[in-house]
Design a binder for this molecule. Sequence first.
Ligand SMILES: [Zn+2]
Length: 309
Amino acid sequence: MHAYYADHFVLPLPKGHRFPMAKYAALRARVARELPKAQLCEPLAATDGELALAHTPAYIEQISSGTLSAMEQKVIGFPWSLAMVERSRRSTGASIGAARAVLPRPTAIGKAAAAVNLAGGTHHAFAGHGEGFCCFNDFAVAARLMQAERRAKRIAIVDLDVHQGNGTAAILKNDPSIFTLSMQGARNYPFRRQQSDLDVELPDGCSDGQYHDALALALAQLEQRFTPDAVFFLAGADVFAGDRLGRLKLSIDGIKQRDAMVFAFARRFNLPVVMAMGGGYSPNIDEIVEIHFNSVKAAFDYTHGHENH
Ligand SMILES: [Zn+2]
């Protein structure tokens, strides 16, 4: 299994900034240690042409040249720097690399594989602006690029980060070839919703059982309404009970079960899976890394079977 990392492109943040940058290096170290057969890969930087599949040329230029206003930077949540641009391009490149590693869909049943972006899931990035720690929308860019490269025709984005994939929904709103499913905490950011193809709103304090029931229903609806030839899975860790921002009450085992349900869906239809990590804001970084690692392990097992570490 291919796992793309961009944690060595460090974004300089002011002291006390709440974005958990350290989780990415810790996650890569754990993957290297516990899944030695996973192939750790450095991504290429996404080019202007690739980014333009989901973003306006004016916005790409604004980010690249550092001409965002103070307000625009504040909405993104990161101060602009050349390192920020490089990291955003590499993180998008990581989803592109992961997608190319598993697409096109194999014709042999049971041979579909998963690949991972050990960062990514920047689903709050819109065509013409960024927000919520997201500059470029890695899944929207990678999905459109896979279509342009004729590796996939129809893609389902299954966004299980606790926050709505508002940027993804807006970019892909009039695109019937990419289905956007987003499950989110009803009372969580972003407060102004965009319309995904399927939105599921979860109550504060949502338990493992409630979540799994809602996900089963959502996947059944997806199955009825759309026939994908790939799944892009945003496996956010911020549904966790210990998350500072999430408001839901999923256990670590409950999140494992969530991931298992997505992979079981993909297995039934022999679908390649591209996975990105998304959010995770527990004050205990070990817990975030544990949850992300479990997701990576599920992707590894999907690709290699359970015994072959
Ligand atoms: Zn989130």
